[in-house]
Design a protein around this ligand. Structure first.
Ligand SMILES: [Zn+2]
Length: 140
């Protein structure tokens, strides 16, 4: 697979020990935070939107929620496919407590991340550049 040419998604997963509230540094819903971490933390790289949607579905099924109505679980079930297919500047995520009282965080970070259509190509002064692909070979 060629990661340089096409958009793809890096899947990140954090699951806390039972009953433990994670520190803020351990998890995030911001894809940039994850892309800056070591490439070893990538649990899967998906090349097609449907592959990425299937990964999220499998995660949600493997970690059933404490409550089916949990916001961060419902969000993932409702919006993952929409974000992957039609709103690629949005990041699919899940964040909820599972039946074993573990905090489950799942993020599909688009790479390279598309700019929202409403935004100019140039960065605003307060914005930082999108992190490079963690799997890209460093420049010689
Ligand atoms: Zn990448």
């Amino acid at each position: 697979m060629n990661l340089q040419t096409g958009p793809h998604w890096h899947a990140y997963a954090y699951t806390s020990p039972p009953g433990v509230t994670p520190d803020d540094e351990e998890w995030s819903l911001d894809p940039d935070d994850w892309l800056k971490r070591p490439a070893a933390e990538i649990v899967a790289t998906l090349l097609e939107p449907e592959e990425a949607a299937t990964w999220m579905q499998q995660q949600l099924a493997a970690y059933p929620p404490w409550s089916e109505g949990a916001h961060g679980y419902v969000h993932a079930t409702l919006y993952t496919r929409q974000y992957l297919h039609r709103q690629q500047d949005q990041t699919p995520w899940a964040h909820y407590v599972d039946r074993h009282d573990r905090v489950v965080v799942r993020v599909l970070a688009a790479c390279p991340r598309p700019r929202p259509p409403s935004r100019p190509a140039e960065l605003y002064a307060w914005e930082t550049p999108v992190p490079p692909c963690p799997l890209a070979k460093p420049e010689p």
